[in-house]
Design a protein around this ligand. Sequence first.
Ligand code: N01
Length: 533
Amino acid sequence: MVIGAGITGIYQTYLLARNGLKVRGIEAAPDVGGTWYWNRYPGCRLDTESYAYGYFALVGLMSDWSWSERFAGQPEMLRYVRHAADRMDVRRHYSFSTKVVAAVYSDERTMWDVTLDDGRVLTCRFLISASGPLSASRLPDFEGINDFEGQSFHSSDWPTDEQGQATGYDFTGKRVGVIGTGATGVQIIPIAAQTAEQLFVFQRSPNWCTPLGNTPISEEEMGHLRARALTILEYVKSTDTAFPYHRDPRKGIDVPKEERDALFESLYDQPGYGIWLSGFRDLLLNKQSNDFLAEFIADKIRARVKNPAVAEKLIPKDHPFGGKRVPMETNYYETYNKESVHLVDIKENPIQRINAKGIETAEGFHELDVIIFATGFDAVTGALDRIDIRGSGGLRLKDCWSDGPTTFLGLQSRGFPNFFTLVGPHNGSTFCNVGVCGGLQAEWVARMIAYMTDHGLTFSQPLAEAEEAWTEEIYRDFSRTLLAEANAWWVKVTEKPDGSIVRRTLVHVGGGPAYRKRCEEVAYGGYEGFELA
Ligand code: N01
């Protein structure tokens, strides 16, 4: 069984069905799409180059698909996933508008019993989660949050009309509040500001944002891209995050200021993630090198935002550049030059409550017609935590992972036999271009399952020592980077009963090529590190 019909889930379903297995997919939404189905807010778009995302080379999709923009918008992304689903003919395997509520492993039968929200209990040998690292939305617990009489919703639950199309992009005559300035808020804010009578941005922490640089893709250009689709795939596979960028081999601390700034300037002007992913190789390893870039970006913000006090508030002081996901923006900073846009610093003046008419902060009351919660997700493990998953002997996954996940290759956890987590905790596809890395991982899992069925094996789980070593490696690699200095969504922060704080990374940061090499070594060794029976 595959949980989820997003970009990775449908491909996994396709591969398993193609291998002759009986596959059942379960999806909460009425159709395929996953993140591209749920996130239909204004401004939502890819920040990976469209032509470097997806399974174009994997199922020959590139031959009959044309991207219209370098960074495709959500409607186009959803059309793409739907088109891929048609091509793979996977819908027939799915139950849509259905949620998995529980999954219990039977030691006697080596099978999973999966309970759905419509009351059905289905049985499967292999349970594969493709439920998405950013699918469990998170609403703050502000006092009075349900008292608001205007319209309010989470960014991944944008209202739709009867045809399922997103509504309400036109805020003419409305006072709108956006809470949250992560990648989502940064995409919504400039669009909402185009029509809103007044826009209030409630910011707790600013992010380092850099220009997206989106442009249309002509048919001619598309022809060139099609012709080198496989080359593009091989190239992105050779990079750490499967984005089409390699790091500059130099260390920022070894390069003179003029040369450094010239590189930063050219990267800032280029489209996409180059500034984060093709800068100096010590960017995320050396604080001084990081400060060079951070100061360069801070100056850009100061130059783009007219009011110096507002500009200073938009400059992060609490985390290094790239320590959190860098939102890609289009006119984000210029938006704050509009008289109708107001930045409300809720770190300094926290939100105290929401009432029927608006939001009250420590400094005053903001009357609103609409509140948009761009407040993020219970990331990576959140979607799994919302399912009552019980493994061998009734072991509860949520309890086992309460201090952070323990896995082998980020794919299986001991005590939960035959349960795979795609794009899950501690695997190499989560801190990566999911459109490519998720697919590669699905292929690996399909091969492992084929190996098991070919060899009459019905049981797999990591060996304790393999799981322990992998988990330690994950924490060690992460702690060596500047990523360890920020509470990005990929860090699980837990307060223990004694008041101590435990911070654990949820992602593998060792790079895609090293991760896949390791997976291939494990497979080559007859799935060494797994206990198979
Ligand atoms: O979520 P986030 P997101 N009171 O967690 C604030 C992907 N993505 O949906 O930083 C007040 O990053 C929170 O403040 P703070 C991408 O991987 C991709 O924006 O915790 N504020 C923060 O500002 C991205 O990283 C694209 O202090 C509260 C914001 O809400 C990931 O999704 C586009 C709060 C949450 O930011 C998540 O992005 C969009 C509270 N109680 C997203 N709770 C592409 O372009 C939270 N916040 C492909």
